[in-house]
Design a protein around this ligand. Structure first.
Ligand code: PEP
Ligand code: MN
Length: 354
């Protein structure tokens, strides 16, 4: 039987009681969702951004949940947040990506949760470190919490990418292998960082047999106080959800899942990363081309090329990959780089003549 994905939606942040209630009412009018989300304390990367309404928002969230008959969830990042969330009868807690990256904070939350029966969702850490994610889940599990879900929200990186947080699908796939019994919810809003990307990412998550989706929604997304680009109206959520295809998994029992299938999905994710990295490399090659042109430097500098080959062969040796294989790949990449730079020089020459 096809399993319907578990759907969590609601605003990035609770802003006012009215915004929360209007969003929730529209969500239940247009959709069948399982849980209402809203951030009360917002971990912002830079100072002077909206950092959440704080404690008063907890009451709005719970009252809104009661009004639309939905369980509610919010992010907790320290002991005080946990205590206040429990005092206000928040139904489900989630631990955010920045907090999961810090084992001290996760342990503090786990200690505050000892002996309490509440579901907890653990987002992946901001950095692509599977062990940190596993460790956070283990800490919460050791606190006696049995109802745990993992949330895949992508990983930040310095390189420019189409994603706000690159999905690195092979990491949640590996998590599924380690904890086959823990459901994984995908958060396409924070992976894409843009509302236009939500559907494609959500579909991919379902095709990887993830168990649910957390999608940010807002009555007027463009006016949202945080993450406005990635939020959608409840009506738009309905359009997206109705277009998603829930495919039948080949093997129903996750633990019996065909190993080949899991490995192939891992390969798909790795190939996507290789292509993104190559695209990034070629963009940098173009920048170098411009610089060389402006400063009249030759395209090919033999000593630099020799150094590249030697360095990369050493890296290959250390990484346990065949040196000859890496040398052949580098040759092809280098040829493409030279073509790109030659085109830049020629294009500019022509431009100058006219
Ligand atoms: C959020 O869900 O609004 C949030 C802050 O997420 P993350 O921890 O994934 O950045
Ligand atoms: Mn957000």
């Amino acid at each position: 039987m096809k399993k319907r994905p578990y759907i969590i939606s609601g605003p990035c942040s609770a802003e006012t009681k009215d915004q929360l209630l209007k969003t929730a009412k529209q969500l239940v009018k247009h959709n069948s969702i399982d849980c209402l989300r809203a951030g009360i304390w917002k971990p912002r990367t830079r100072p002077n951004s909206f950092e959440g309404v704080g404690e008063t928002g907890l009451q709005w969230l719970k009252e809104t949940g009661d009004a639309v008959n939905l369980p509610v969830t919010t992010e907790v990042a320290n002991t005080r947040h946990v205590e206040l969330a429990l005092k206000n009868n928040i139904d489900i807690l989630w631990i955010g990506a920045r907090t999961v990256a810090n084992p001290f904070s996760v342990q503090e939350i786990a200690n505050a949760l000892k002996g309490i029966d509440i579901p907890v969702m653990v987002k992946n850490p901001v950095n692509p470190d599977l062990q940190l994610w596993v460790g956070a889940i283990e800490r919460i599990f050791q606190a006696g919490i049995n109802n745990i879900k993992a949330i895949h929200r992508g990983f930040s990186s310095f390189e420019k990418s189409a994603y706000r947080n690159t999905p690195k699908w092979e990491i949640p796939i590996e998590l599924m292998r380690i904890f086959p019994e823990i459901p994984i919810i995908c958060d396409p809003s924070h992976i894409g960082g843009n509302r236009s990307m939500i559907k494609v990412i959500a579909q991919k998550a379902l095709d990887l047999e993830m168990d649910g989706l957390m999608i940010e929604s807002h009555v007027s997304p463009d006016e949202a106080w945080s993450d406005s680009k990635q939020q959608i109206t409840p009506k738009k959520l309905q359009q997206i959800l109705s277009k998603l295809v829930v495919r039948e998994p080949k093997v129903n029992n996750k633990t019996l899942k065909n190993k080949l299938d899991v490995l192939r999905k891992k390969i798909d994710g790795l190939d996507e990363e290789i292509i993104n990295l190559l695209s990034n490399r070629m963009n940098t090659v173009e920048e170098i081309g411009d610089h060389k042109k402006d400063n009249e430097i030759t395209i090919l500098q033999a000593d630099r090329w020799k150094k590249i080959i030697n360095d990369r062969k050493k890296m290959a040796r250390e990484a346990g990959v065949s040196e000859d294989f890496i040398q052949r790949i580098l040759k092809v990449i280098h040829e493409e780089s030279i073509n790109i730079q030659t085109n830049i020089l020629n294009r500019k020459k022509k431009e100058k003549k006219t």
